[in-house]
Design a protein around this ligand. Structure first.
Ligand SMILES: [Zn+2]
Length: 183
């Protein structure tokens, strides 16, 4: 059963509108009514993060994980990003639709990172982590995300103010971690 086939036009589900945790049962998530897209994504994100920890040099254990390690993880993800973020010196700095290519780097869109952190934060506690030590809820992570949001909104000429319509940036992709699974 492919859970994706059920709602083929799932564009961008607003994560915040979903109930957080399905009460603690750790049994097979496919057992009951079928996991939501959000739950699937969360599980994949979590697996990817755990894999990142295992491949880390020196190896990291979840129990030692801090906000700093989470930031490291987010920076690591930038190499797979698809969102052009202009440098200050780029002539297209602040242009939402640049007329020509430029050598500025591609990064993960702020919206993707923000949603990712939300999912991982929930997953951490569902996997037995304590809220007090949740590295995804660390202050440093919040500050980092806020900084990225400001940087990207200026560099890309887009606004992340609360426009509760549709997501603005088409590049924002929930599946930013897909790449690892296919390798
Ligand atoms: Zn540029």
């Amino acid at each position: 059963m492919d859970p994706y086939s059920e709602n083929s036009n799932n564009s961008h589900q607003d994560v915040s509108g979903l109930p957080t945790v399905a009460s603690g049962s750790n049994s097979s998530p496919a057992a009951t009514s079928g996991p939501s897209r959000y739950e699937n994504q969360k599980r994949r994100d979590w697996n990817t993060f755990c894999q990142y920890l295992r491949n880390h040099h020196p190896p990291l254990f979840l129990s030692q994980c801090s906000g700093a390690n989470v930031l490291e993880f987010l920076c690591y993800l930038d190499q797979f990003g698809k969102t052009k973020v202009h440098n200050l010196i780029c002539p297209f700095y602040g242009h939402p639709n640049p007329p020509a290519p430029c050598p500025c780097p591609l990064k993960q869109a702020w919206g993707s990172l923000d949603a990712l952190i939300g999912r991982l934060r929930a997953a951490y506690e569902e996997n037995g982590g304590l809220p007090d030590t949740n590295p995804f809820g660390a202050r440093a992570v919040k500050l980092y995300l806020r900084e990225i949001r400001d940087q990207q909104s200026k560099a890309r000429g887009v606004s992340y103010e609360k426009k509760k319509r549709k997501r603005l940036a088409p590049q924002q992709d929930d599946n930013i971690l897909e790449f690892q699974e296919t390798k």
